[in-house]
Design a protein around this ligand. Sequence first.
Ligand code: J2J
Length: 541
Amino acid sequence: NAAPLDGCVAWPDEFAARYRERGYWIGENLYAGLARGAREHPERTAVICGERRWSYAQLDRDARRFAAGLRRIGVAPRDRVLLQLPNIGEYYVACHALFLLGALPVFALPAHRRAEIGYFVGHADVRACVIADRDGGFDCRAMIREVRAEHPGLREVVVIGEAEEFHAFHALLDEPLQGDGPDAAEFAFLQLSGGSTGVPKLIPRTHDDYLYSVRESARICGLDGETVYLCVLPAAHNFPMSSPGALGVFHAGGCVVLARQGDAESCFALIQRERVTLAALVPALALAWLESRARARYDLGSLRCIQIGGAHLAGDVARRVPAVFGCRLQQVFGMAEGLVNYTRDEDGEEFALGTQGRPISDDDEIRIVDDDDVVVAPGEIGHLLTRGPYTIRGYYRADAHNARAFTADGFYRTGDRVRRLASGHLIVEGRAKDQVNRGGEKIAAEEIEGYLLAHPAVFDAALVAMPDRFLGEKSCAFVTLREPAQATPRELAQFLRERGIAAYKIPDRVEFLAELPRTAVGKIDKKALRARFAPPAVASF
Ligand code: J2J
């Protein structure tokens, strides 16, 4: 086998051999499933996007045509290609085209702005990007122009819609590229980490490891050719991509329905119209669905299962989901770094309501430890460490960070605090990582603190989570100012906006303090800051 892509950490040989031997890594790349679908059931609908539909044959053909066009403009195997698109059908065309080419998509979120996109482009030496002309009121081309001025290595820009001076997506639909795509041992893409550090981390996943998680997820979730999956979370998220997500649905020969608008009523209308059977939500969206009065006006009887994951799900919300929607609730506790846990149909309601599930694989190693990395007694709460056939061994180009984020024997430190039941089910009790989980969108405190500290009036800053009835958590920045400088919360928020960071990362609240509380060792005492907020009011309907 060729050496792994520079900056990626491969599994040690003995682990790779074991994962192959046990049939987890089957040597099939992430394109193969689509090619098979196009052969076996070409006419079946693969993607629905508004009034537009792609059959498996059309999706395969468009992906091959786009791959040919990308190759024509110089995109080569192992090149990194940033993908930033709203939930539109072309998302899966572009993904598969890149998988086939052996180029690595970098899965940016639609919310990302100049700061994040510029960072990804620089850090991963991104050579090309695929973007929409506009998303909502935002002109993505204008942003890319700014990014490109700083990163001339970003040579090719492909635009879906009005391309202006860039390549039009449609002009790159050449004669279909033939072939089977790359060796499955190759790294396939760079996924984004929720992160807890100053700069975002990129997650390299291989075809082999990711396809294993997709295949098993599809099996665990009982997907088949009849599955109609609603993709309402941003398609780039690991959850709607692979747990089992769109890739799981394609693997099973089902249909992905894209929701462009995330509001409850638009989703209900799609569920009714397309007879959706499965939807993946974060708890905040589940709450919005439960709260929506529009529900009564739609026939949602086709729904068989609602998956909820990405953030803490309150017990009362969990109970309401099956009661109100008349379908199964499946909890999903996953992470883009790898490990995914599901509650299973056969586990019964008690586990579905009260736990975050158990791992996909018998070879997902779960280690729960105290602050000194000593394994805790069974059933006790501790830090979750994990290692397995689809959990990464290192972030992309991040040697120093990897030394902290992984144990010497290759376990990933998830930053989550969990306890494990005798049945193997995990319950997420909290987290140790310095992060805000804002309705499933992760915000690394250190990243935002860094931006705040760049403001001339700011002396010190600490970002912490505050409880929110709908989003679960919102962010609050506690700030001390330099004397005699002055600033208002509004000015600071505006300052951050001008840095070009995603809107969800702008602190929801800014509080000025004369001094930040400190721990005995002199670190900012975030626990004390969080304690200033009352526990969340119980949501009632
Ligand atoms: C509590 N916290 C959870 C849950 C994730 C499937 C589902 C989710 C993600 C995801 C994913 C949680 N209860 N049910 O990639 O494939 C928090 C934990 C975790 C972090 C990972 C998937 N489910 N979390 O959310 O990479 O803190 O992946 O470590 O975005 O979300 O975030 P992310």
